[in-house]
Design a protein around this ligand. Structure first.
Ligand SMILES: [Zn+2]
Length: 398
């Protein structure tokens, strides 16, 4: 079972530590979106320096390129990408069900690669196998995205997600057992090998394929509170290590929905809010209502378009008013961009379409969300969450 220590609780909110085979994640934490085993425009060294604790890659994209077997051969996602820290994969369901000509049956989903038209079928079993090959510490169960937001479609997708969860759990346990045998062979083998060689540290690479990996169920149910409750109850009854909370939310209904779900899910297991974090308020709502980790592609995507966070709200650095603004992007920020460059320079880089514009902007936006969530964690530990939330949101959304 994935080890998760809760350090402090306040209502549904909690601060804790998830212990993964690749290191600890102090929660609440913002997880970097490394869809294709890279965070766009950033190196893993830059990610470490800006304080990121974990990355999340996408199974659909890695299945298409470079292929999951190649990542396994490289020693797994953390080694392949040179991240060397905690890793997550999402199942690929969200991307596959967003494709134009996907065919869904009870068995799984048939689709064509958007790169070269090659045909694929993803099933709960093959998603688990792909995620084991990629070798992230934490995997997501293969879930079905509803084809519309009407209740019948949401309910059908949720029930299929539950049936698929059963198959994911079974396949995960089969792979876990296979892996245990692998570990015994590896341990005995490496002991013999190191005695024979006696030539320094053991090679870490491909042996990662034998390390422990963990499964999160994904709670569905869309915008309907009763469906969310049903999905949380079903997911909670399964032998999984944690929970992803997926699907669509309406902004107004999010606090109530998360309260419903997280009041049902067992307290001792971690919860990941999938794909939320474009708006800082979502991070506060998520943490306040019991979510431990978050991921979202929006901070770096917006950065590449020149849309940058500041404590006074988001600004578009391409706007003419920044042409002669020689102040830092955000004086309170400790990132490489804000410490060394000014708004006029960033404006110039964006207007002339320099690659460095995207790099510096991504460093800042990613640092911004990482640091907001880190401060949320500190405020939970210090009993000052309400004060921090009010201070931050009053200024950001004034
Ligand atoms: Zn900054």
């Amino acid at each position: 079972m994935l080890k998760f220590d809760i350090e402090k609780k306040s209502g549904l909110a909690r601060a804790g530590i998830i212990h993964t085979p690749h290191g600890d994640i102090k929660t609440p934490a913002f997880v970097g979106a490394a869809t294709r085993a890279t965070v766009k425009a950033l190196t893993m060294k830059e990610m470490r320096e800006l304080g990121s604790q974990a990355i999340l890659a996408n199974t659909y994209h890695l299945l298409l390129a470079p292929g999951t077997d190649l990542i396994k051969e490289a020693g797994g996602l953390a080694e392949f990408s040179s991240w060397h820290g905690p890793t997550f994969t999402d199942s690929g369901g969200f991307q596959i069900f967003s494709l134009p000509d996907v065919k869904i049956t009870e068995n799984g989903a048939k689709f064509k690669s958007h790169i070269n038209g090659d045909k694929f079928e993803m099933t709960p079993e093959s998603s688990m196998q792909a995620q084991w090959a990629i070798g992230a510490d934490i995997h997501m169960a293969f879930d079905q995205l509803a084809k519309s937001e009407n209740k019948k479609d949401m309910e059908d997708a949720m029930h299929r997600t539950h049936r698929w969860l059963d198959r994911c759990v079974e396949e995960h346990h089969r792979l876990l057992l296979k892996n245990k045998r692998c570990e015994v062979i590896r341990d005995n083998g490496s002991e013999i090998a190191s005695e024979a060689r006696n030539d320094g540290p053991e090679r870490s690479g491909p042996s990662n394929a034998c390390s422990e990996q963990y499964l999160y169920a994904v709670v569905q149910g869309g915008t309907f509170n009763d469906l969310r409750a049903e999905s949380a109850r079903y997911s909670a009854s399964k032998d999984v290590d944690g929970f992803g909370i997926g699907g669509v939310f309406v902004a107004d209904g999010m606090p109530e929905m998360l309260q419903t779900v997280n009041s049902i899910l067992p307290e001792e297991k971690p919860r990941h809010l999938l794909g939320m974090g474009q708006e800082p308020i979502d991070l506060f709502i998520g943490a306040e209502n019991g979510c431990d980790t978050f991921d979202c592609v929006a901070p770096t995507r917006m950065a590449r378009n020149g849309s940058l966070y500041t404590l006074d709200g988001r600004i578009n650095i391409k706007n003419a008013k920044y042409k002669n603004d020689f102040t830092p992007l955000m004086p309170e920020c400790d990132c490489e961009c804000c410490k060394n460059y000014n708004r006029a320079y960033l404006h110039h880089l964006f207007k002339t379409d320099e690659i460095t514009a995207k790099v510096l902007a991504s460093i800042h936006n990613e640092r911004f969300v990482v640091s907001v969530v880190n401060k949320i964690r500190e405020s939970i530990l210090n009993n000052t969450f309400e004060e921090y939330k009010k201070e931050f949101l009053d200024r950001y959304y004034k």
